[in-house]
Design a protein around this ligand. Sequence first.
Ligand code: CP
Length: 305
Amino acid sequence: MPLPFQHLTSTKQLTRGDTDAILRVAAEMEGVLKKGGSDLLHGKILASLFYEPSTRTRLSFETAMQRLGGQVVTADGLQFSSLYKGESVEDTIKVVNQYADIIAMRHPEQGSADRAASVSAIPFINAGDGPGQHPTQALLDLYTIEKERGKIDGIHITMVGDLKFGRTVHSLSFLLGLYKDIRFTLVSPAELTMPEKVTSFYKEKKIAYTETENLEDGLDADVVYMTRVQKERFEDAAQYERLKLKYILTAQQLKGRSVTVLHPLPRVGEIALDVDPLPTAAYFRQVRNGVVLRMALLAMLLKKA
Ligand code: CP
């Protein structure tokens, strides 16, 4: 089941048909993973280029490729690549095209993924471009919502924390816009509200949303999506220190509620450890879903699923 595009740089490029197909293949990959893997991508090489820190995205892409019988070449850290010597993103991608069959790249600059895709002859996947987009995270979030809640249409989702710089909430908002009767509650400090590029999308699609600074206002939702305040995007360290732990979700606040708790991770204190044992705390299951979702994408973009 090939996808009708070669590169994945943004969730805005996806249709409901695309997300239905990706989620269906991801569900099939659960069976492949349970068996320990397959040789579907034998002979294929993933170039895993991470010029910004990552644990989950990088390791799950590499795990996904290896579970499907493919191989991985990696570059990590700007300072250990020729980007540090001044090579352009475009030249780096043209070079990597000579080695690999598919590329996943994380880069600190918003827009770098589109520049990379524009010169790539092999499939290119955006693994996070600064405060821009993180489409594969949003797809695994969507997959997790469907698994945890049994549906996506009609859900009420509360997004909490750094909505300004948090690329995952931008990408997920655009994806949820493909579904029916979605309602958003946006909880953030005034300095970190959802950017206009996303709120104008809600308005254009007539999606209901409310903005508040109070976490309690959002806890009667189906899903609460916590986010970390993105330290690396702040120019003013004092402002980061003031805002970093404005919201801390605790087991006490969740008592008597059935809201599913998600977080793209890493967390740095915004979900208390006493939430972890709750059956509705789904963030480590969300991590595991990243493997099958990325197995599906690699297979589909390489026209093997
Ligand atoms: N969710 C996510 O992107 O995590 P990493 O930064 O560890 O890849």
